[in-house]
Design a protein around this ligand. Sequence first.
Ligand code: SAH
Length: 284
Amino acid sequence: MKTGKMEGFISMRAKVFVRTRTFGGLFQKTKKRRYRTPPPSTAFASASAAKPSTVNRLPSTVNRQPSTVTDTYRHKGLRKRMVDALRRRGIADEAVLAAMNAVPRHFFLDKAFEEHAYEDKPFPIGHEQTISQPFTVAYQTALLNIKPGDRALEIGTGSGYQAAILAALGAKAYTVERQEALYFSAKKLLGEMGFRAVKCFFRDGTKGLPDFAPYDKIIVTAGAPVVPEALRQQLAIGGILVIPVGEEVQYMYKITRLSEFEFKEEMLDAFRFVPFLEGVAKKK
Ligand code: SAH
């Protein structure tokens, strides 16, 4: 079983680099500072107060394997333990933790891994891809600081789990996948689970999704050798792009668009992701 080695959190960096990049290639290092997890936001609570959130409307079964997959008390208990463990590991954003407590991760996994769905591990989802480990999902999502109504673009739909978390936080989520088979299965599953706020696309995400730009938030869930310029350009002013950048090992970058031409870049912790690839792969 190919799991664990290919993907996951590697280490915390002691120092974080913050620099402002003026569009046109000029780099200016402004200051160094220690990274702090964004403060807990009330996004989740206010989303549920405003209208019945998607989370509250989750059905207890999905049609993927309708007779076998249910969200039992046992699953709920394991999920709560997973969330407690994430909190102990330093995830402080309660809205993100509430979303992860609400979305049944085991629905997004192959039946063979159901027993392990609430361990902090990545799992294979076919086509040499993995569902990210819960810590990575929580870490990236906390950096995005999703507010209800945000337009969020995800590159790398995979299982659809991360997109479901964005929707559970009240975002209108657009998610792009280059593997046709994964695109179809995630679209079907998210539809069956009632996530109407998620729109799935079968595209090459290196070009972003210009059709619905600009986005308040963009998240890339595959390791990119460089930051695609299209993604920077599809960010709204004040928008945040979270992307793991590097070849063998990737450093998480949080890029904030300060103005039309200025971007603040923060280089954070080390992870290992499946590769961000150009082009699309048709269903075989
Ligand atoms: N967010 C996913 C994690 C999937 S792993 C989840 O929650 O399950 C990363 C995914 O990115 C893979 O499915 C891979 O096929 C996809 N990917 C890699 N390069 C891509 C590209 N250029 N465009 C779109 N998707 C891409």
